[in-house]
Design a binder for this molecule. Structure first.
Ligand code: AMP
Length: 588
């Protein structure tokens, strides 16, 4: 099909020569004729790079009323970078027609943007926060909008813009059309479609739900006798874990759960020997995060539909490979990131290759964290707890003089060391004689690994990643979406370039590929997050240890008080803050 056949205005067609577009891409072929002719909502599932800007941009500039100096089309996108890119593209598409596009985004002079809108624009391309600001200042009247394009809807929700999107969509008239573009369709995006769209035409390019791209598959080679110790280390290294451990038999399930429970972990079993009432009870407590870790058999865990699971640990590989897909699919739901970890003995390691082929994905080879790495993480957690503990001045006042007297003669450093050691020594003692649990595996496989050549998220290994420290944490109002927003907005990176995020109370961490480090340092340092100046530093490099770093809610030997404190890597709450169904489709 040619562009001429799609029904575009001649002035718009002329611009395509400038761009050198000769034939439409698949999403353009499907979307453009529909969007031009129909007054209906639209959902396009497409990644960037598929030509989706032109898929919505060409019909949009064709449909708005030329010369009418009122914003009629709104394009909302997650970052300033994308905002500039889209507006530039739309300006090119409308080079030979009388349509003006204005870009509005945060971090730039709002007065100038207001002036540009007042000068007359038919299309506004905006980031959500700035658009809400502008509507509050009455610079844009959303009641007159006919078309709302949500570009990279999943990214916007990842970045915590749900409230802004709800606000914007609620303010636009019911009869407007929403054209939603997203690479994935997590629950939160589906919710937007449900609340604000009516029987949208759905066009999908590529795979519909690429959530499994968000799962990082990691295998660890250990001796059979070390499985349990290895699991403990993985948990200790990931103090924020909200996870599922899969075992093959009921007996193994019960035994692993019991041992973990005895050692103070917040873990419970789920298997067929439990009564329905017992299973319901365990599931309820897991769902409410009273239990941090569920140890389950494949059958018992079938159909577990819990969001936010951060890690799936395969204590053993399942007998049926299909079950591996079911197991790992319990994490990385709703567009979030998750890890599926597998413990294999050297003799079993060949099975990884079979799974890789079957599920067409790559495993990363992880190494069971050593004592030092675990101690460092737990120590940082302890420090974070100390820093954020509230001091009840009135309650301790009468005891303080006595305490102070006891510390007379100690320097600040000595006091800190003593306090930290009080809590931490038992940890160090536990790990003092901890040996390396990583078993050697076949040489052939190692050579394969060295050759690399993997795609996407799974291709990264920790040597390629830089870990950053951020001076803000939960108490500054920072959440994973907010951090993504700051990093992506300052650098123009997409959110999938940012790896793990750990938000602690007073500081945070995130990871990104090494080659982005300098750019991130230069651009994110000094950025503003809700009135706080952001400072970023590179942390000490860690070895490849397959797992989340950063603080968590528990220490080994300490019965968790439930509620893991897990903050989830991606995405914001899915609460449905209003929204209304369209009732009226009068426009013809
Ligand atoms: P997008 O997915 O909108 O970010 O587009 C990805 C790239 O493909 C951009 O550089 C576009 O300029 C280019 N592009 C989009 N549509 C076409 C087309 N029909 N022919 C050639 N290039 C295109």
């Amino acid at each position: 099909m040619s562009f001429e056949e799609l029904g575009l205005k001649s002035g718009v067609l002329k611009s395509l020569d400038l761009l050198g577009f000769e034939i439409p891409t698949p999403i353009q072929e499907k979307a453009i004729p529909h969007l031009l002719k129909e007054e209906s909502d639209f959902v396009g599932l497409a990644q960037t790079g598929t030509g989706k800007t032109a898929a919505f941009g060409l019909p949009l500039v064709s449909k708005v009323e030329e010369g009418r100096k009122k914003p009629q089309g709104l394009v909302i996108c997650p970052t300033r970078e994308l905002c500039l890119q889209i507006s530039k593209d739309l300006q090119t598409y409308s080079k030979f027609i009388n349509v003006n596009t204005v870009a509005v985004y945060g971090g730039a002079d709002i007065k100038r943007q207001i002036k540009e809108i007042k000068n007359g624009a038919q299309v506004i391309v905006a980031t959500p926060g700035r658009l809400v600001d502008l509507t509050k200042r009455k610079a844009i009247n959303l009641r007159e909008i006919d078309w709302v394009v949500l570009d990279e809807a999943d990214e916007m929700l990842n970045m915590g813009f749900k409230e802004e999107l709800d606000h914007i969509l609620d303010e636009t008239p019911v009869e407007r059309n929403v054209w939603l573009f997203s690479a994935t369709m997590p629950k939160e995006v589906a919710q937007i479609a449900k609340n604000y769209m009516e029987e949208p035409l759905e066009v999908s390019i590529g795979h519909k739900n690429q959530t499994n791209e968000n799962i990082e598959h990691i295998y660890f080679t250990v001796a059979d006798r070390d499985r349990y110790s290895a699991v403990k280390r993985l948990i200790d290294f990931n103090p924020n874990i909200y996870g599922l451990i899969f075992c093959r038999t009921r007996r193994e399930t019960a035994s692993v759960a019991e041992k973990l429970g005895k050692e103070g972990y917040s873990a419970e079993p789920l298997h067929g020997d439990l009564s329905q009432a017992q299973r319901d009870n365990v599931m309820r407590r897991f769902r409410t995060k009273t239990i941090q870790i569920l140890v389950a058999t494949d059958v018992a865990a079938r159909g577990i539909d819990v969001d936010d699971i951060t890690h799936v640990i395969n204590y053993n590989l399942p007998d049926e490979i299909e079950n591996y897909t079911h197991r790992s699919g319990r994490t990385a739901r709703a567009g979030k990131h998750g890890e599926s970890m597998v413990l294999v003995t050297p003799r079993e390691s060949y099975k990884i290759k079979t799974i890789e082929k079957k599920i067409r994905t790559s495993f990363k080879k992880g190494s069971i964290p050593n004592a030092k790495e675990i101690c460092e993480i737990q120590l940082m957690k302890l420090v974070d707890n100390v820093i954020t503990t509230e001091v009840k001045e009135d309650d301790i006042a009468e005891f303080l003089p006595l305490v102070m007297k006891e510390f007379d003669g100690f320097s600040k450093e000595e006091v800190i060391k003593k306090f930290v050691s009080t809590e931490f020594n038992r940890f160090i003692e536990y790990y003092e004689r901890a040996s390396d649990l990583n078993a050697k595996e076949g040489k052939a496989r190692d050579r394969d690994r060295d050759r690399g050549g993997r795609n996407g998220r799974g291709s990264r290994n920790d040597e390629n990643k830089t870990r950053f420290f951020v001076n803000l944490g939960k108490r500054d109002g920072l959440n994973p979406g907010g951090l993504l927003r700051v990093v992506c907005d300052s650098t123009g990176l997409r959110s999938d370039k940012v790896g793990r995020i750990d938000i602690l109370s007073s500081f945070s961490f995130f990871e990104a590929d090494n080659e982005l480090a300098m750019d991130i340092l230069q651009k994110v340092n000094g950025a503003d997050y809700e009135g706080h100046s952001v400072a970023v530093e590179i942390t000490k490099k860690k070895k490849n240890s397959g797992g989340n770093r950063g603080g968590g809610s528990r220490s080994i030997g300490n019965k968790s008080r439930g509620g893991s404190g897990h903050s989830g890597r991606r995405g914001q709450g899915s609460s449905n803050s209003g929204g209304r169904r369209k009732r009226d489709k009068r426009r013809g």
